[in-house]
Write a protein that binds this ligand. Sequence first.
Ligand code: GLY
Length: 362
Amino acid sequence: MVDEFQLHGARIAVEAGALADAARAAAMITERAPSHRPIVIADANVAPRYAAPLAAALGADLLSFPPGEGSKVRAQWAALTDELLARQLGRDTVVVAVGGGVCGDLAGFVAATYLRGVPVVQVPTSLVAMIDAAIGGKTGVDTRHGKNLVGAFHQPALVLIDPLALQTLPAEHRRAGMAEAIKHGVIADEPYFHWIAAHGAALLSPDISAEFAHRLVLGSLGVKVDVVAGDERESGRRRILNFGHTIGHAVEHLSGYRLLHGDAVAIGMVVEARLGELAGLTLPGLADEVSALCVALGLPVRVPPEFSDDAIVALTRGDKKAQGQGARYALPARLGEMIPGDGSFAIAIDEARVRAAIAACR
Ligand code: GLY
């Protein structure tokens, strides 16, 4: 079964088993993004299983980098860019990013900036990448000031998703990815939230069936594609995708990226839902409902004691949604519906309330 979406020039193809046949995957990539000299980029964990066969089928070189968020930095962007320059790749190259969110963001940023921009194909193999990072054209790196603060919008020519890659994902990454799926339910799809709650064990299993993996990916893509289609550059409604991310990015950064992104987002969603309740904007009970589903799926929901309120609040001021002096939040009204505010979907909240919400989640 193949499902397809079109999004701002990107073709998104979802096909269970697509990566098992590297020659076929390569043909799909070449048809959509023809190139004399494609280059495949993957981290050292993903390279042997998925990227090497694809690179061989494409007749492309494979560049790899150390796994983990620590590679999503300007130094690694420069190293990969230098590798492309050393190979004298021209504007007819295509960057094929195979892997999780770190790879997609990093290799996507290399593509966005190399010779002022060459096409990128995203082949996401983690749940976070399939349902979030690879979709919508955001690329970039982290800095010591925070996450994703340097980057570019660069829509991929093709996103090729094989939901069966979830079977080979380490358990903690399958769990962490579920936080983004829960987010999609909270922000825009109440039935999807309840579907996740009803099938948690099957969705977390390494033996996840092709049917469940496909439905999980499609449920999230339905939300993500719809939101990004209406607001590519995040001037309004796309901000709802940042629910849980203002606090989430802060705790992720404070952990030195030892917390997985999804784990940090789970904590962030519960704090921000509580914040909405404390501000009288969110239907009471939502924070408990989100928290209960996160806990059922093994996600953390408590703010680690070693991160002070001051440190968290200071980082939120540098968040991309901040305006003037204060952080702004994407907050739910109720399950499946976000608060539009003045149309910006970014609500200014007093810092004393933020501290109270954090305290309630210790
Ligand atoms: N990950 C949030 C967005 O794509 O806008």
